[in-house]
Design a binder for this molecule. Structure first.
Ligand SMILES: Nc1ncnc2c1ncn2[C@@H]1O[C@H](COP(=O)(O)OP(=O)(O)OP(=O)(O)O)[C@@H](O)[C@H]1O
Ligand SMILES: [Mg+2]
Length: 254
């Protein structure tokens, strides 16, 4: 286990890259309980960042704040105007057809062409006229991604988007997110419990603990990444230690 010093990690990034997320001294309380404690976070434009941490440590709380779904905070939070969020459950409206779900909430009149283009990107435009209830879990999650991407976000917030998927669908969904990120060039903050997923996709992996970003790892490995690479294994071991999991134990225990 690395040191238990309680401090926010200072993020190093190339000074030429502008940041799209700037969080400084963020605190969020629920009653007596301080879940986020003076948290600092910076995310560069186009950067893929994964956020790990024990259950209940405040990952979703942070994501909801960045998505502007929670304003009961103190501290400074700067996020881009164009941001999208996708959750573990796809949260599709059952009374609207798939394509209408994709463009739901956009300021203009529902644009079928635009919805189909987004659905096409995630390989599911053939389901455009279906009702959400007939979709599989993986298909519904793709629609949720299409809905996030149709907004052309500068920041994409993903809260355990693959957690409910079976292993094979999950691998495909991870690959899809990696491809979409490379194509769109938006910054991504992905909350996950899966250390391997974080290492396969991210430029940087953060560990939240005691209400702050307690540790970060920059992932300089070339893509696509190989889980058998000794460097990959070393990073995985280090992150598992930070999560309080002994090497060799199953990662979902984090
Ligand atoms: N609206 C709320 N009212 C009271 N407590 C809340 C509220 N939202 C979150 N909490 C508490 O804040 C803490 C952090 O919750 P959060 O959902 O952010 O955890 P998490 O890290 O996302 O956990 P998980 O990995 O299980 O999803 C938890 O103890 C939770 O009970
Ligand atoms: Mg959560």
């Amino acid at each position: 286990m690395a040191t238990g010093i309680q401090r926010n990690v200072t993020t190093e990034r190339p000074s030429a890259t502008p940041s799209v997320v700037n969080v400084c001294g963020l605190t969020r309380r629920f009653g007596e309980r301080e879940v986020l404690k003076n948290l600092d976070l910076e995310i560069a434009a186009g950067e893929f960042v994964a956020l790990l941490g024990a259950s209940g440590c405040g990952k979703s709380t942070l994501l909801r704040i960045l998505a502007d779904l929670d304003r009961d905070i103190s501290g400074e939070v700067e996020v881009p105007l164009r941001r999208s969020v996708a959750f573990q459950a796809p949260r599709l409206m059952p009374w609207k057809r798939v394509w209408r779900n994709v463009v739901l909430g956009l300021p203009d009149a529902p644009d079928r062409k635009r919805a189909i283009a987004a659905l096409d990107e995630v390989g599911i435009s053939h389901r455009a006229d279906q009702w959400p209830k007939v979709l599989s879990g993986g298909e519904a999650q793709r629609v949720s991604l299409a809905r996030a991407l149709v907004r052309q976000p500068d920041l994409l917030l993903l809260d355990e988007p693959f957690a409910a998927l079976d292993a094979l669908t999950r691998i495909k969904a991870q690959e899809l997110v990696g491809e979409l990120w490379q194509r769109h060039g938006c910054a991504v903050l992905l909350v996950t419990h899966d250390v391997e997923e974080a290492l396969l996709l991210s430029d940087r992996v953060l560990v939240m603990k005691d209400g702050i970003i307690a540790h970060e790892e920059r992932i300089a490995l070339d893509r696509p990444r190989d889980v058998a690479d000794p460097e990959f294994a070393a990073l995985r071991g280090r992150l598992l230690s930070w999560l309080g999991v002994r090497h060799g134990r199953h990662e979902e225990a984090a």
